[in-house]
Design a binder for this molecule. Structure first.
Ligand SMILES: O=C(O)CCC(=O)C(=O)O
Ligand SMILES: [Fe+2]
Length: 260
């Protein structure tokens, strides 16, 4: 690996274009520093949602662009590193959402808004979680329509629907996001898929594509929870709070509030 530059191609996982997973993107010391800054801010920085709480940094994102606010140095240290090492953003990252999830919290399947450059980078802290990718219903409906036209409509409809249901399940995939990793998704994964984290203390590992992380999960559980009992196959019992930093670029920045 070149000094100071990670070739993103070397970290592609799975077959869906394009999921990039970089383990140990930051050190344990850096993780502790980040958590310190995140929990040091005043309580009003947190916005409470039904299923998680979050901090918004970098300004207000509107459909038409960003009403900017400078990112603090403890965040630019990380966003510059992502920008410089991945070479996937055309300009410096200018927006960061910090999400905090209790062990039974998550984020509904969604797509990121149109204001963002279509590359999302997510730094994970403190506890693992599984992120799921499912084809966008728009894409699914379009496939069904294409397949269920023609004379054999009634006869073949049920067969085709079953087939499609199977292929839909085939197209789903997940990633195990370990603390200190950087996860990036772009291309079809960004434009044609929904991503979400199940709002449950149990996360399914059955469709995880970055399989080498599964052994690290066992090590992590032993290290932090002295958990020695064999875990359920294909299932991760979440017991700790996860924090993530979603770092993105809003290409259109409004310089003047009144011209917005
Ligand atoms: O916490 C995560 O890993 C996902 C966050 C996310 O999807 C978002 O902020 O849009
Ligand atoms: Fe998202």
């Amino acid at each position: 690996m070149e000094e100071g530059c990670r070739r993103s191609d070397d970290y592609v996982v799975g077959s869906l274009p394009t999921l990039i997973y970089i383990p140990n993107f930051i050190t344990e010391v850096e993780e502790t520093e980040l958590l310190h800054h995140i929990y040091e801010v005043s309580a009003c920085r947190w916005k409470n949602l039904k299923n998680r709480r979050l901090q918004n940094w970098g300004g207000v994102v509107h459909e038409k662009g960003l009403l900017p606010q400078e990112l603090p140095p403890w965040l630019t240290k990380m966003t510059h590193r992502i920008f410089e090492q991945t070479l996937l953003f055309p300009a410096a990252i200018n927006h960061v959402l910090i999400n905090e999830y209790l062990p039974d919290q998550g984020i509904m399947p969604h797509q990121d808004g149109p204001a963002y450059f279509p590359v999302a980078s997510i730094l994970s802290l403190q506890a693992p979680a599984v992120i799921d990718f499912t084809p966008h219903p728009r894409l699914k409906a379009c496939n069904e329509e294409k397949s269920i036209t023609g004379q054999a409509y009634e006869v073949r409809k049920n067969d085709l629907l079953n087939e499609l249901r199977c292929s839909f399940e085939d197209e789903q995939c997940s990633l195990l996001l370990m603390p200190r990793s950087l996860f990036i998704f772009k291309d079809e994964a960004y434009s044609d898929y929904l991503h979400g984290i199940e709002e449950s203390p149990f996360h399914n590992l059955g469709k995880v594509v970055n399989v080498s992380e599964l052994t690290k999960l066992e090590e992590w559980k032993t290290r932090y929870f002295r958990s020695i009992e064999a875990s359920e196959k294909d299932c991760f019992n979440r017991t700790a709070t996860r924090v993530s930093l979603t770092c993105r670029l809003v290409p259109k920045v409004c310089k003047n509030l009144f011209k917005f």
